[in-house]
Ligand binder design. Structure first.
Ligand code: BG6
Ligand code: MG
Length: 221
C-alpha cells in the first residue's frame, strides 16, 4: 500500500462503535423486546446487529425465535425498541465519546483533511447533539438520507460527494463487517476499528481511535 501518500483528503467515520459505544444500549433495548416476545437473545447475537439497519436487526431477532409476523407489526416492534433505545440516548453525555476520537478529528482538521460521518443510524442527529459533535464534521450522512444499507456503498459515496472529494481519496473508519465492505465497495481505504479476527477485509485494523494519528494515516495511505 505504498505510493498512495498524500492521497487521503478526507476521513469518514462510522458513528456507533467507532466514536461512541452505543451497541450496549442497542442490546439492552433489543433484549427488552426479545424478552417480551419470548426470544432468547444474547450479547453474542447482538454482534450480528452491528452496522445493520433497525428493521434488518429486528428480522435477525425474529429469525432467532423462528417468529413470523406481518410488516405492520414489525414496524410497531421496531418503534417500540427505538423508544426504549432513546431512553438511554437521551441520557448520553460528551464523556461517552470514545477515547482519542476528538483529538484525532482535530488533528485531521489541522492537517487540512476533511471529515465526515457516515452512519446507518436514523438517530445520528440526536446522538451527535448529545455528544456536542453536531457541528464538527464537514458532512453528515445518516440512515435518514440513504436508501441502501451497508454493505452498499451509498452512505460513504454521498459523504464523499458532499465533501467534493473523490472516493479514492477517502479513508473510512468502521467497526462492522458490513461497514468495512461498504467502504471497500465505495473504492475507499478502510481502517477497521475492533478485532483483526472479525474485520479481516479491512486494509488495517486498530483497537480504537486512540491508536490513530496523522503519521499513521499517511502510512496507511
Ligand atoms: C448502526 C448500528 O450504526 O445503526 C446498528 O451499528 C443499528 O446496530 C443501526 O441497528 C440503525 O440504528 P438506529 O439508531 O437507526 O436504530
Ligand atoms: Mg458501527
Amino acid at each position: 500500500m505504498t505510493g498512495r501518500n498524500n492521497m487521503i483528503k478526507a476521513s469518514i467515520f462510522d458513528l456507533d462503535g467507532v466514536l461512541v459505544d452505543t451497541a450496549k444500549y442497542h442490546f439492552l433495548a433489543w433484549k427488552r423486546l426479545a424478552d417480551q416476545l419470548g426470544i432468547y437473545f444474547t450479547e453474542k447475537d447482538n454482534e450480528r446487529l452491528k452496522g445493520v439497519s433497525r428493521l434488518e436487526s429486528l428480522e435477525i431477532i425474529l429469525d432467532l425465535g423462528g417468529l413470523k409476523i406481518d410488516n405492520v407489526q414489525k414496524i410497531k416492534y421496531a418503534d417500540l425498541k427505538n423508544k426504549w433505545y432513546l431512553e438511554y440516548i437521551n441520557e448520553m453525555t460528551p464523556d461517552e465519546i470514545l477515547p482519542g476520537s476528538l483529538k484525532f478529528i482535530y488533528e485531521l482538521k489541522d492537517a487540512g483533511i476533511k471529515t465526515a460521518l457516515g452512519s446507518a443510524s436514523r438517530n445520528t442527529p440526536l446522538i451527535l447533539k448529545r455528544l456536542g459533535m453536531n457541528s464538527l464534521f464537514d458532512a453528515v450522512v445518516d440512515g435518514n438520507m440513504v436508501k441502501r444499507a451497508k454493505p452498499d456503498p451509498e452512505v460513504f459515496l454521498v459523504a464523499a460527494r458532499l465533501m467534493n472529494i473523490e472516493p479514492a481519496n477517502c479513508v473510512v473508519f468502521e467497526d462492522a463487517v458490513a461497514g468495512v465492505r461498504a467502504a471497500l465497495n465505495a473504492g475507499m481505504l478502510c481502517v477497521g476499528v475492533g478485532s483483526e479476527e472479525v474485520l479481516t477485509e479491512a486494509n488495517v485494523v486498530i483497537s480504537g481511535l486512540y491508536e490513530m494519528n496523522i503519521w499513521k494515516l499517511e502510512e496507511i495511505g
